[in-house]
Design a protein around this ligand. Structure first.
Ligand SMILES: C[S@@+](CC[C@H](N)C(=O)[O-])C[C@H]1O[C@@H](n2cnc3c(N)ncnc32)[C@H](O)[C@@H]1O
Length: 242
């Protein structure tokens, strides 16, 4: 394995709906990461591990309750095909009960896969998965926000796209994830393009001045102001970190 292959982000995703995820992998940014071998994504279709002719993977919960649960034994069969004792693998289960997935996690995965050789993402469906599977195999539970989705496929795509933006060589030179909102607990300063005057509103003079030092100072000042106005919680975090 070359050093470059060694450094690429490697995600393996167990899902009941691989086509949902695959349909998005042709998106410009992700396709670029895949084509340049900076990112590798392997989709493991859970239905392939069903033990019946209906290809079902779920059963009703013991004790009653709404919906069906994905069976632990079927998830295990799928997982065992990719678990490798020689590798340090991190198994993540998407659930609204999990820790919030943020820009910081996306950056850590892009940098060094959070110290793991490989990240395995498990997409739930229906009413979720049998708790025994989580207890036995899952290292971390991640949520993408305080709402309930029907499956883990959109969370998986959120992770893929957020991580890709931080993988060196994926965004063009003109765009940098470092300057985007949420880096260093700040939101981005307001941005403007042509025309210089629109509906009697002018672009701030400093941005037309050509003075890079002044522009940088203005952007920093505005970033602080915008963050204070829209996300004071971020500024509090920023202040407690310094
Ligand atoms: C309908 S949800 C199950 C919710 C579960 N009954 C509960 O109340 O915790 C089905 C699947 O969607 C995924 N999911 C739903 N909302 C999510 C969120 N906010 N973040 C991450 N995954 C989510 C999980 O994989 C989950 O197993």
């Amino acid at each position: 394995m070359t050093e470059l292959e060694d450094r690429r982000v490697q995600l393996k995703i167990i899902t009941l709906f691989p086509e949902l995820i695959r349909s998005y992998l042709g998106d410009a940014l992700i396709a670029k990461a895949l084509n340049k071998n900076l990112l590798s994504i392997e989709l493991i279709p859970l239905r392939d591990f069903s033990d019946n002719s209906y290809k079902s993977v779920d059963e009703a919960p013991f004790g009653g309750g709404d919906g069906m649960l994905i069976r632990a034994d079927i998830l295990e069969k799928a997982l065992l095909t990719i678990l490798d004792k020689a590798k340090n693998q991190k198994v993540i289960y998407f659930t609204p009960q999990g820790k919030l997935f943020t820009s910081a996690e996306a950056q850590q995965i892009a940098q060094d896969q959070m110290g793991a050789d490989e990240i395995i993402l498990i997409c739930g469906r229906y009413a979720g998965v049998d708790q025994r599977f989580i207890d036995q195999y899952v290292d971390e539970e991640w949520s993408i926000g305080d709402y309930v989705l029907s499956g883990g496929e959109i969370p998986a795509l959120v992770v893929i796209e957020a991580v890709s933006r931080f993988v060196p060589g994926v965004l063009g030179q003109l765009q940098s994830a470092e300057e985007d909102s949420l880096q260093n607990q700040l939101l981005e300063a307001p941005q403007y393009t042509r025309p210089q005057v629109w509906n009697e509103q002018k672009v701030p003079d400093v941005l037309l001045s050509g003075d890079h030092k002044k522009i940088k100072e203005w952007k920093q000042k505005m970033a602080l102001e915008v963050t204070q106005k829209k996300r004071p919680d971020l500024l509090k975090k920023r202040n407690s970190e310094t």
